[in-house]
Write a protein that binds this ligand. Sequence first.
Ligand code: PMP
Length: 457
Amino acid sequence: MTQSDNPEKPRLSRESKEEALRRILKKHPGLAGSEATPDAAQPAAIPEAYYRIEKFAEYQSIALQQDLARKVDLESPYFLEHDRIARDTAVIGGKEYINFGTYNYLDLNGDPRVNEAAHQAMLKYGTSASASRLVSGERPPHRELEEKIAEIHGTPAALTFVSGHATNVSTIGTLLGKRDLILHDRLIHNSMLQGALLSGAQRQPFEHNDVKGLDELLTRSRRKFEKVLICIEGVYSMDGDVPPLPDFIKVAQKHKALLMVDEAHSLGALGKRGRGIGEHFGVNPADVDIWMGTLSKTLAGCGGYITGSAALISLLKHSASGFLYSVGMPPPIAAASLEALRIMEREPERVQKLQENGRLMLELAKAEGLNTGHATGSSVLPIITGSSLLAARLSKALFEEGINAPPIIYPAVEERVARLRFFISSAHSEEQLRHTIRRTAELMRKLSESPLPVQKG
Ligand code: PMP
């Protein structure tokens, strides 16, 4: 058939495109999908908010927040450029600050021995694993690091991933499915929530550290699901408190549920030798099914790990997409984290100093009448302002005085618990902690009473 034989052709030239579309959709309703009407299918009828990124509601809300911050003279306290290693102090824009914005808990980022281990691994293996470990193979630092992680946790095997966040997403997404249930503390980290979403399992939060509430939930729901996973953290990243692990283990065992503990902020911070919440409570490591940790905090690197039974590690190694389809850790980073673990073992005084600092900072804050929420005096200390604006103003005032303590504001936390969050390090001196808490309390009182200066324009 030639073009001129085509019966559709002459009609197209007489009717408008819209009419033609209506006619075709009438003839083939399946083409429109369930909701589309001929009008909606017209490109002109599609709002810009659906195809222009600067019109996306999500972007507009960020732009609005930035605009408001400028109006009240609050430039963003985020994405600051540091001039050197961030330790107890940091240099930002040429000025030195007492630093609480980085989780260099045992002051091992920048340790010359850690740097040297990374350097040697770089000379030998380069800066990249250059592909997934499945295809590009492994380097000795990968295996040695995983063996050491397993040894520290008292578990048979471990596996590292290139991102801590991806470790949780990929592990939970791999282990659970749509017939399963995930029960998690209400304050659990975003990476575990994303893993739950990926898995397709049903998800139900329980109140913070509420073992009894969890037990009741399981009594009601356990039988409706196949696998059930309970997710908690060793030290809560926003709140700096420690869950009653032995009680969680009892409930998990009673209901035949799996228990996963994220040790991102507790490795190096809890236990006599810094081995985390398991050592802190003296539990049998096998009573927690999935231990998770990150390399980005105490271990001066980047990435995450899972450690537990040989079956767990084998399953993840052969089916976790964030491991299989992602590059292996850069060998220098694996070597750096391995050296950091070795130093943590050899120098337990670092762990003790961090624990003393955590306790002191909490005592000082309480003595000043500051709201420290659930904090129990560990590696993280929140100081709750109760408003995002006050948190931002307080952080800015401290920054102007040479103290770096970033605010955590809505939507990262609920507005009523907006806060400053202090990451404490073994390198902080008592004087730095006393000065910081004194000025935080004084400035908080002053700002709570003073009106907000609004910029014109
Ligand atoms: N788990 C917790 C509890 C965290 O706080 C974080 C982020 N700091 C992660 C996982 C993700 O780790 P990473 O930043 O190393 O990707």
